[in-house]
Design a binder for this molecule. Sequence first.
Ligand SMILES: Nc1ncnc2c1ncn2[C@@H]1O[C@H](COP(=O)(O)OP(=O)(O)OP(=O)(O)O)[C@@H](O)[C@H]1O
Ligand SMILES: [Mg+2]
Length: 474
Amino acid sequence: MSIRNKLILLILVLLTAISAVTGILFLHSEWSSISANSQRKNLQILLALAEVCKETHGSPKNSPAYTYFQTFLKTPEIIGVSCTDSSGRVFISDRYYRPFSSPSPFRLPLFFKTFSPPVTGVWETQQDNGVEILKASLSAVSNKGRQVTAHVDFSLQLINQEMDSSLRQSSAGFFIILSLAFAIGCIGTLIITRVIAGPMQTMAEAARMIGSGHLDHRIPVTSRDEMGMLAAEFNEMANRLKELDDMKSDFISSITHDLRSPVTGIELCSDLIKELAEKREYTRIPEQLFSINEHSQRLNRFIDSLLEVSKIESGKLELDIKTINLEELADRAVRSFRPYAAQKNLTIELIVGQEIPETRGDPDRLYQVLSNIIGNAVKFTNAGSVCVFIEAAPGWQQVRVRDTGVGIPEYEIKNLFSKFYRINSGRRGHPASRQGTGLGLFISKFIMEQHCGRIELESSPGKGSVFTVFLPAL
Ligand SMILES: Nc1ncnc2c1ncn2[C@@H]1O[C@H](COP(=O)(O)OP(=O)(O)OP(=O)(O)O)[C@@H](O)[C@H]1O
Ligand SMILES: [Mg+2]
């Protein structure tokens, strides 16, 4: 069952329950007030009759009280009225006086009807030839100082009929209003469920579209309520998914490219070796073997970087902290790049300003960071120099690598330490960019953070860059 139908069902059940409870409460309170009115009216009749009995006792038959006595019989519910004296003799009655019999309980037309007789007088019920009679009597002292008793017989059937018809009249209006309210509630339910379930359906449709690969699908944000917020969040999630998908595509295309070029190199060199061997030109073979070795090393570096990223991401990259000498590590890194720098006609020098005390760190990992930063400086510099300064400041030791290379535009700096990020790595980019994987700075940043250190960068395009590695001193 859809959420909309469930909501409709739930609200309808609630509406029905509320209507039923309201109806029962209304009928109960209405019946109580009708029944109280009826009792009050019957009591007034009994009190009035008691007054008449007092007046008529011992008075001549033509006294006005006798005329008044007749008026009681005009009330339809009254079956009979009489007055008796202290000896039980009937001195005035409209008909034959029936003595009291054993009382029988009331038979009430509605289950919630209750009867509480008025406190004044004696009230009992009696069956007479199948007719239910409510007998009421009240004693009083007559004008002549004698005790008289007034008796009224009411037809219970007529009393109940009158009460029922009053109840029917007053409840008719109420139930019309209740039905109208119920109908309005039903219409409201349909509107509310449409308002709530409509956006949900749109959301479900959008989720289905995204799930089936249409990552450009978005939900129009038409309100500022929770649904609007949900739609905005959904769109944000879709944007992120799209970004990740684009990154994945870029990653696959760049990784295939990065893997393909050394593999193709190895293949070409080995084909050439085969040809040379067939032609017995053995002297040219070592040159090809060097090339194969270079390509394999590049391939290995790439695979190592990928493995390192995977270690970083799974939290498995651990440091082997020892006492180290930063100057020694930097010197080793600079020396390893001398041949490369010489090949590009660049000067590369290490400048140590003062004596650098020993500190602690993982020597292999720190060497990896320095190699990457010095390697980058040589790789992205076509003319000029690369200078590596080692300095010690209170609390810190730092290695500053300054080059006169291509430089880095301001807007690229924030992305530079992200995975696989290379500036203009496409065909129009710096040719050196195409040789790297874009993982070096990502790994370096992580290693320095693990050492509680950091890497800072200043650069101006066309003029060169300065990368500074900060390592906490002992
Ligand atoms: N000194 C620099 N001058 C100019 N651009 C630089 C410099 N250092 C880094 N970059 C830019 O930052 C990018 C990211 O550098 P990073 O070291 O992460 O990757 P890479 O050198 O391309 O590849 P890898 O280090 O993984 O072999 C480089 O591709 C380059 O575009
Ligand atoms: Mg690099």
